[in-house]
Design a protein. Structure first.
Length: 290
């Protein structure tokens, strides 16, 4: 992975952790995310107007990748929300990150990518670090705990979320290879916003939309440019790197989230969270070398 691709993905990870922190501070998460995408459209449109990139409308193949990506990512958020309603964070979170297991496989089988031994070791370290971040103590039983209740609807929803996210990752990697990342991202965000708007048409959300704006309009305005920078930097990095490497490296956002929680939100931190963050960073370093 080149220095520029690595730097872009790491920057994206920082921005990803930042906007997730803003979402965490909101009242109604689904409504806040919708507002966040609304707020992101203004800086996105401004960049589109000044970017030094020749514009052309996406062809059928690019539109198909945008559609697959937007549906996948919206379903990922909805399935995660459903899983968190009925399941514990310590079980649902690692299961929803299982996309990292599938993405390198899809990259090799579908895109013809080749991964080095050092890179594969880095991916495995990131996966293990991600699974360890919610562990309460060091033991193999804790690693296996999320998989024990496969009959649970929350567990199945989290596993499905991880699988669907991997499909979206392959779609966007295919899309940015054939179409400028800035325009691909712009249309992807529009498509996701349209799908989320359909979801918010349900009666239970009508009063919450105005309430969330009145309560958290400052956070919403900050979140828009932040999510835009996260999306753009990742897809430019993705265009220059193997998707099997790019998705695991972005998990550095977990380490950033741990540090934000410790130093800014005054959250408690334990040995396992710090060990997990160190494993993810070590894995990202190996992927860079691989």
């Amino acid at each position: 992975m080149s220095n520029l691709a690595f730097a872009l993905i790491i920057f994206s990870a920082v921005m990803h952790a930042t906007w997730n922190t803003l979402v965490k501070q909101s009242r109604h998460k689904t409504v806040f995310i919708w507002w966040m995408f609304i707020a992101s459209m203004f800086p996105f449109t401004a960049i589109i107007a000044i970017v030094d990139e020749p514009f052309h409308w996406p062809g059928p193949h690019t539109l198909a990748m945008i559609s697959i990506g937007s549906v996948s990512f919206v379903l990922y958020h909805l399935l995660n929300g459903r899983a968190y309603r009925d399941g514990d964070l310590s079980i649902i979170y690692p299961l929803s990150q299982t996309s990292m297991v599938y993405v390198p496989i899809w990259g090799v089988l579908l895109l013809g990518e080749r991964l080095s031994l050092v890179g594969v070791c880095g991916i495995l370290l990131v996966i293990f670090g991600t699974f360890c971040v919610q562990m309460q103590r060091v033991s193999l039983a804790e690693v296996a705990r999320p998989f024990r209740d496969l009959k649970s609807s929350a567990v199945r929803a989290a596993l499905l979320a991880g699988f669907i996210y991997s499909i979206g990752s392959i779609a966007e990697k295919t899309g940015v290879r054939d179409y400028p990342p800035v325009f691909f991202t712009y249309f992807l965000v529009i498509a996701m916003l349209c799908l989320m708007s359909l979801n918010l048409c349900r009666p239970k959300y009508r009063d919450l939309i105005a309430e969330e704006w009145r309560t958290n309009w400052r956070l919403i305005l900050w979140s828009g440019p932040t999510v835009m920078l996260s999306f753009l930097s990742f897809r430019y990095g993705l265009n220059m790197a193997r998707v099997g490497y790019a998705v695991p490296v972005r998990q550095v956002s977990i380490m950033v989230g741990v540090l934000i929680g410790i130093f800014f939100l005054r959250e408690s931190f334990g040995r396992m969270r710090l060990i997990s963050a160190a494993l993810i960073v070590a894995g990202a370093a190996l992927i860079r070398l691989g």
